[in-house]
Design a protein around this ligand. Structure first.
Ligand code: ZN
Length: 319
């Protein structure tokens, strides 16, 4: 039976279905003030777009209690993330990281560390990072240039211009990510800067005035020269590096002659399932790790064939 989209997306890393975002409490200053100081509040510090992760075999985000949060950061800048298993989580943007804060772990770029974190914690960590990044980039009003202030528990910034009080809300940038297939082959490409043998699906930002499907067709044509016949939605994944939302598709090509029109890809090839299986075994093909939706799109196509489950063929470190 076909899995519905909600269940499929929930399997994607960084999705946060178990977190209650407490959206209705964001405009309740009394609740917020009490929750910030409560024993069950936890703060995820973010410094220069990096998350503080504990050392150890399985790293975890470092969580500060209220007293520590007050010592290391500015509580008025904290951002409500939500509640999970009795705890209320906040992101805490840090302007200057003291040695005693930094000594609690390592400041890490989440993109390269996420796969070792437990799923729920990775989701919290990326959410904290995404909102902190948005605040950092919206200190001034895009309409009139006045300073803006943190409002609604960090889910709005309000312009200090008394004439206008412009309101600004967190943004996400939609991007399509597409596995193109034709008959028994799928198309994978690589960018010149990627590690040797690394191949993946194609992807690109949705442009103003485009539907998601328009974006799939355009990206396919620009990056590979292929014309697309059908487009099917698979699932989505927050990809806050810094603020994307990946919308995953499987698209059937009408043509098979590859032309790297816009030079974004260094190479693109058709792979049979057998090619993928042999490439993974020989180490001459590397696929994205399970953390990325691109892996899940390739898997969705691969597992329809007779060659077994893609996950079982993946090197242990990428599972
Ligand atoms: Zn303004």
């Amino acid at each position: 039976m076909t899995m519905d989209h909600y269940k499929r997306s929930a399997l994607n890393f960084f999705t946060a279905s178990t977190l209650d975002r407490m959206a209705l409490k964001r405009r309740d200053p009394q609740w917020l003030a009490t929750s910030l100081e409560a024993q069950h509040s936890r703060f995820l510090p973010i410094y220069q777009r990096k998350n503080l992760l504990s050392d150890g075999e399985i790293p975890h985000p470092v969580y500060l209690d209220y007293r520590e949060a007050k010592t290391f950061g500015d509580i008025s800048e904290s951002i409500l993330l939500g509640t999970l298993e009795g705890l209320t989580y906040f992101a805490l943007p840090i302007k200057t990281a003291s040695d005693s804060l930094s000594s609690k772990g390592k400041w890490e770029e989440l993109r390269w560390q996420a796969s070792v974190l437990p799923h729920d914690e990775a989701s919290l960590a990326i959410y904290a990072k995404a909102l902190s990044h948005w605040h950092e980039r919206n200190q001034y009003c895009g309409d009139c240039g006045y300073l803006t202030l943190n409002k609604e528990a960090g889910h709005m910034r309000e312009c200090t211009n008394p004439e206008s009080k412009h309101m600004h809300f967190p943004r996400t940038d939609p991007a399509v990510i597409v596995l193109i297939y034709k008959g028994d082959y799928c198309l994978l490409g690589r960018q010149a800067i990627w590690p040797q043998f690394q191949y993946s699906t194609i992807a690109g930002f949705v442009e103003p005035g485009e539907s998601l499907e328009d974006a799939v067709l355009r990206e396919a044509l620009e990056e590979t020269g292929l014309e697309i016949k059908t487009v099917h939605y698979h699932s989505s994944q927050p990809w806050s590096f810094p603020s994307s939302l990946m919308l995953g598709y499987l698209a059937e090509a009408n043509t098979d002659a590859i032309n790297l029109e816009d030079q974004e890809l260094e190479d693109a090839k058709w792979f049979s399932r057998q090619d993928i299986k042999e490439g993974l075994r020989a180490g001459t093909l590397k696929l994205p790790s399970h953390v990325a939706i691109s892996y899940r799109l390739i898997e969705a196509w691969f597992d329809e064939g007779e060659e077994g489950k893609l996950l079982e063929l993946m090197p242990a470190k990428d599972k």
